[in-house]
Write a protein that binds this ligand. Structure first.
Ligand SMILES: O=c1ccn([C@@H]2O[C@H](COP(=O)(O)O)[C@@H](O)[C@H]2O)c(=O)[nH]1
Length: 273
């Protein structure tokens, strides 16, 4: 999927919501646990209930890998289900990969070719040769951690390194890499006050923004400082949507929560564009 197609979908749905698919057997409704593949059944119900309100789905691979081979098969079924039934929806494998070049190439093949995700998250710590293998894939997107939503972001990312905060250096340097137009960046909603500075460095890039909902970030603050003239944001929420209820009405309640966020987004879009 191209960023232009993503932008068109955002305008059409009046939504830049990305629903996080972080399935946890302990938080799932009891009746699903009796099915053969509860993780897939859970995801499928959430997807069917929210697909018209969201432009993206972000399965976090940890929530699948934790269940071994069965979890990996549920991930494959989930991405296939989205691609077959809702092919216009942008998909993100939140896997936070990155390694020496030849290993990164294998990670890229796994997520872009075998699983056919539109994008994958990567960590910047190993530098250019660990990220460029992901960038080589046409119409695929590499979403690099810039300033994360957690408290630990202040351990390294905001450290002053030679007169500049590290996350700024990461953003600037990444722009010099081959095929850097395929980059997007993760910036936490809990760090809304940093968005204006980030936009000075990457004015046109899409930002994936986790941290509204369960982590308490403010959608309006993110939009105030982080939106560009093409919107340029994908705002993720997982727990606040997918675990709105533990009963048989879980998908319906998830839709209600997704709708609340989408309506807030539509209001912001209407007021700015
Ligand atoms: O900085 C980051 C990077 C990734 N995440 C991931 O996003 C979701 C957030 O889930 P919520 O339930 O909406 O809090 C989850 O998969 C995280 O691993 C992040 O939160 N912050």
């Amino acid at each position: 999927m191209t960023t232009q197609q993503l932008h068109e979908q955002i305008l059409q749905k009046k939504s830049f919501l990305c629903v996080g698919l972080d399935p946890d057997l302990e938080k799932m409704p009891q009746h699903l646990l009796e099915t053969e593949d509860p993780i897939f059944e859970f995801n499928k119900a959430i997807i069917d209930a929210t697909h018209d309100l969201t432009v993206g789905y972000k399965p976090n691979t940890a929530f699948f890998e934790a269940y071994g081979i069965k979890g990996w098969m549920s991930l494959q079924k989930t991405i296939n289900y989205i691609n077959e039934n809702y092919p216009d929806i942008f998909t993100i494998a939140d896997a936070k990969r990155g390694d020496i070049g030849n290993t990164s190439s294998m990670y890229a093949k796994a997520f872009f070719e075998d699983l056919n995700f539109d994008s994958v998250t990567v960590a910047p710590y190993m530098g250019k040769d660990s990220v460029e293998p992901f960038l080589a894939f046409e119409n695929k997107h590499t979403i690099m951690l810039a300033l994360t939503s957690n408290e630990g972001a202040f351990d390294f990312q905001t450290l002053n390194t030679g007169g500049k905060e590290l996350y700024k250096q990461v953003l600037e340097t990444s722009k010099t890499w081959k095929n850097s137009e395929n980059l997007m960046y993760v910036v936490g909603a809990t760090k809304a006050e940093y968005f204006a500075e980030i936009r000075k460095i990457v004015p046109d890039s899409f930002l994936l923004v986790p941290g509204i909902g369960a982590q308490g970030g403010s959608l309006s603050e993110v939009c105030k400082y982080g939106m560009n003239d093409k919107i340029g944001l994908l705002v993720n929420s997982a727990r606040a949507i997918i675990y709105a209820s533990k009963g048989t009405d879980f998908a319906e309640k998830a839709r209600e929560q997704a709708l609340k966020v989408q309506l807030e987004m539509a209001e912001i879009i209407d007021s700015k564009f």
